[in-house]
Design a protein around this ligand. Structure first.
Ligand code: C2O
Ligand code: CU
Ligand code: CU
Length: 494
């Protein structure tokens, strides 16, 4: 594959993206999202997939230092994107249930940061997965994440979570994989981590700033990267069975994954095994979602891992938005190419069952309604472009308890989305199952941490609050919306 200049992809991508093209007709709102110094040219496309360095726990403990700073190699070039220890994604952290994960985060950025262990079921208090902490530029902080002995095995990720700077920092490149492993669970020939991120760079390798319209619709990058590489190649042999752990680490982009010519067998979602492998030909991952797939090629060939275009909604018809409105489409693109070599050979059979978490069947004791909304000049403060991003009519206030939950109870939450854009709802620490939604998706009983709430629709969740009391947050995982205030607090009190 030749190193394609991004300018062409950019032209194609933006036609579907809508954000920039329409903003051009909206009094130049989007000026900062353009590349001031001309388009970025990817250095190498088609090179062999590399994986971030794996840091493994030994004797019950993994101690790592992560320095967040500008300067990382992306798409085969040295850039001023953000990295952890100079790489984007940062190192893969691998622990076992019962381990202690000690992370010293050093902030060499020009704005505050912190660290979130997305979907780990651990304490949200103190120096554990506490989203209220702040690490100022130049400062360091010592986290101690204690993984409970009964923590399920799965694929998670880490990223910054300081309110107001999250989208800039994740779009800038700060993300990494975090695996909880119990030892070999599946008889696979390869176990790969694929961290998908997106960003926009200029010709000098600087991250593009986001304009108000980008932040309103949720910024999407012109470059879609896998482990920081542009369209890498994954080499496999016939007769193999590979586990691909795919993390949607994009700021706002929804992935609709396909691998035409290869059946996809999903074995986990958001770090929780399904009861049995589920075959599918397309898998939708909202920002923050992860999936584990088994890939079993039996004949030689080249297969493209792609994302279909995904319609996230449009603001057409919203008061103050004008007749045309803005369309939020995640454009189609190619993520990677699987090249399979060898004579025709049958791969090992799919496992008949998987170590799924035991379903929670406790009676529901409390029902809550949560409402996501966007509005021009409405209450809850003014966000990007004069748009307010609210949950239950309010924007984020870390001092306020928005929900108080009795520890040990199981609740049912109905999340209603009044806006014409889909919003990915995410709750820290306490995984949920989706029991119903407004578009009739059949319930799967699967535990997850992020669910896309359809535009002008709803989802209903069962949430057991049976571990890890403490105070944390739920929010929209379009990180621009989170930064604009679409986040609330929850206090689970013992
Ligand atoms: Cu992945 Cu509160 O975030
Ligand atoms: Cu999270
Ligand atoms: Cu949102």
């Amino acid at each position: 594959m030749s190193p394609a200049p991004i300018s062409r992809r950019r032209a194609l991508g933006l036609a579907g993206l809508g954000v920039a093209s329409i903003a051009a007709g909206t009094a130049g709102w989007l000026a900062t999202a353009q590349n001031p110094g001309g388009p970025f040219h990817a250095g190498a496309s088609g090179e062999a997939l590399r994986e971030p360095q794996i840091l493994d726990a030994r004797a019950g403990r993994l101690a790592v230092a992560l320095t967040a700073a500008a300067g990382a190699r992306l798409a085969g070039r040295d850039t001023s994107a953000l990295g952890y220890n100079g790489t984007s994604p940062g190192p893969t952290l691998r622990v076992r249930p019962g381990d202690d994960l000690a992370v010293r985060v050093t902030n060499r950025l020009d704005q505050p940061t912190n660290l979130h262990t997305h979907d780990l079921q651990i304490s949200p208090l103190g120096n554990s997965d506490n989203p209220f902490l702040r690490i100022d530029p130049g400062a360091s902080f010592d986290y101690l994440f204690r993984i409970p002995p009964d923590h399920p095995a799965g694929t998670h990720w880490y990223h910054p979570h300081h309110h107001g700077t999250v989208a800039d920092q994740v779009f800038g490149g700060l993300a990494g994989a975090l695996l909880v492993d119990r030892g070999p669970e599946l008889p696979v020939t390869a176990d790969r981590v694929l961290v998908v991120t997106d960003t926009t760079l200029d010709a000098d390798g600087r991250i593009a700033a986001a304009g108000p319209m980008d932040r309103m619709m949720g910024r999407q990058g012109e470059l879609v990267l896998v482990n920081g590489q542009h369209q890498p190649t994954i080499a496999a042999s016939t007769g193999s069975m590979e586990r691909w752990r795919i993390i949607n680490g994009c700021t706002s982009r929804v992935l609709a994954l396909r691998l035409p010519g290869q059946p996809l067998a999903q074995v986990a979602l958001d770090g929780a095994f399904l009861p049995a492998p589920a075959s599918t030909d397309r898998l939708v991952l909202a920002p923050g979602n992860r999936t584990d797939l088994l890939i079993r090629p039996d004949t030689a060939g080249r297969f493209q891992l792609t994302t279909d275009g995904y319609d996230r909604g449009s603001t057409a018809g919203m008061t103050g938005m004008g007749r045309r409105g803005q369309t939020a489409t995640s454009p189609a693109s190619t993520l990677a190419t699987l090249t399979v070599d060898g004579p025709p050979r049958q791969p090992p059979p799919l496992p008949a069952s998987l170590p799924a978490p035991t379903p929670n069947t406790a009676p529901i004791t409390t029902r809550r309604r949560i409402t996501f909304a966007m509005g021009m000049g409405t209450g809850g403060g003014m966000g990007p472009g004069g748009m307010g991003f609210t949950i239950d009519g309010r924007t984020f206030d870390p001092r306020r308890d928005d929900q108080t939950v009795q520890f040990g109870r199981t609740e049912e939450w109905t999340i209603t989305n009044l806006s014409p854009l889909a919003h990915p709802f995410h709750l820290h620490v306490w995984p949920f199952t989706v029991v119903a939604d407004s578009i009739g998706t059949p319930p799967t009983g699967t535990h997850q941490g992020v669910v896309l709430v359809p535009a002008q629709g709803w989802v209903r969740l069962r949430i057991p609050f049976t571990a890890n009391p403490g105070r944390s947050v739920y929010h929209c995982h379009i990180l621009d919306h989170e930064d604009a205030g679409m986040m609330s607090t929850i206090n689970v009190r013992a």
